[in-house]
Design a protein around this ligand. Structure first.
Ligand SMILES: [Fe+2]
Ligand SMILES: [Fe+2]
Length: 257
C-alpha cells in the first residue's frame, strides 16, 4: 500500500495548503503540524484515514499531561486516530494487515552515550525555554523530557519485541528521530543534536518502515536486516519556508510499504 507522510508544517506561522497524495491509502501526520492545534482542522474530511502523533510543539506553553489528554480528544473529534504509545491496525486494499505503532518518543539525551548526557541536557535548555511547557507546575526540563522519552522507548521496545500474529508490516511513527543518521546535515553532530535524535538504532530493524519528523529536512535511508528486506527510515518534514527549509519538499510524495 501507499501512504502519505507530512510533518513540521508549523501552520502556526507557515502558509501551506495540504492536499491528498494520489493513491495514498492513509495519511500520517508526524507532529509539529500547528502549535495552536487550529491547523489540524484543515485535514477534516480527508478522503483516507488520518493518523496523528504529536510533535513537541503541540505541547508549547502547556502542561504536558493536560495537553496530551486534550489533544487526543481534539484530534479524535476531528475523526483522526491519535497515537501516543498506541497501536492502530489498517487493512490495506490488498488485504495485508499494517500495524502502526506511534509515540512522540521525546529525547533521552543518550544519543552520544551516557557520559555525554550532561552536555546534551545543557544544550537542550534553549529548546525548553522556547517551548515553555510544564509538568506538575514545574518546567518540562531535560530531566522531565528524558523521563517521558524513556517511557516512550520502553513501550515501543516491548511492542516490537512481542510477536504480532497476523501482522504483515510494522510501521513505527515517532516525532523525534531514531538515529544520528537523521541529523540535520546543516548543523552536523553536536550536543544539541540529542534534542532531535535518539539512539534507537537497535529498534529500527524490528520495523519495516520508521516514519519521523522534528528535523527540518528530509531523510530516506535503509538499515540492512539479515534474510529480510531492509528497514526503511523516512522523514518528510516541510520546515520553515522563511528559512528555505521547504526547498525540495514534495508534499504529494507517496511511500510504498
Ligand atoms: Fe518542527
Ligand atoms: Fe519538533
Amino acid at each position: 500500500m501507499k501512504l502519505q507522510l507530512l510533518s513540521d508544517l508549523h501552520l502556526e506561522t507557515e502558509a501551506f495548503d495540504p492536499e491528498p497524495a494520489p493513491g495514498a491509502e492513509l495519511l500520517v501526520l508526524a507532529g509539529d503540524i500547528d502549535s495552536t492545534w487550529a491547523g489540524y482542522q484543515r485535514f477534516r474530511g480527508w478522503p483516507v484515514p488520518v493518523l496523528v502523533v504529536a510533535g513537541n510543539h503541540e505541547f508549547d506553553g502547556r502542561d504536558v499531561d493536560e495537553a496530551l489528554r486534550d489533544f487526543r480528544r481534539f484530534v479524535e473529534q476531528l475523526g483522526f486516530v491519535f497515537l501516543e504509545r498506541g497501536e492502530h491496525r489498517h487493512v490495506a486494499a490488498d488485504g495485508r494487515v499494517m500495524r502502526f505503532l506511534g509515540t512522540t518518543r521525546w529525547s533521552d539525551f543518550d544519543l552520544f552515550g551516557a557520559a555525554q548526557r550532561p552536555r546534551a541536557e545543557r544544550a537542550a535548555a534553549y529548546f525548553q525555554r522556547v517551548m515553555k511547557a510544564t509538568r506538575h507546575g514545574r518546567p518540562f526540563d531535560a530531566a522531565a523530557v528524558r523521563e517521558e522519552g524513556l517511557r516512550c522507548r520502553e513501550w515501543l521496545a516491548a511492542q516490537l519485541e512481542r510477536p504480532a500474529p497476523g501482522v504483515d508490516r510494522t510501521v513505527v511513527v515517532t516525532h523525534f528521530a531514531p538515529s544520528l543518521k537523521s541529523a540535520d546535515p546543516r548543523y552536523g553532530p553536536q550536543p544539541g543534536t540529542a534534542s532531535f535524535c535518539n539512539a534507537d538504532d537497535d529498534l529500527i530493524p524490528r520495523a519495516d518502515l520508521w516514519l519521523h519528523g522534528h528535523l527540518h529536512c528530509r531523510h530516506d535511508y535503509t538499515v540492512a536486516r539479515a534474510g529480510r528486506a531492509p528497514a526503511r527510515v523516512l522523514s518528510q518534514a516541510r520546515g520553515l519556508a522563511k528559512k528555505g527549509e521547504d526547498a525540495g519538499f514534495d508534499a504529494l510524495k507517496a511511500v510504498s510499504v
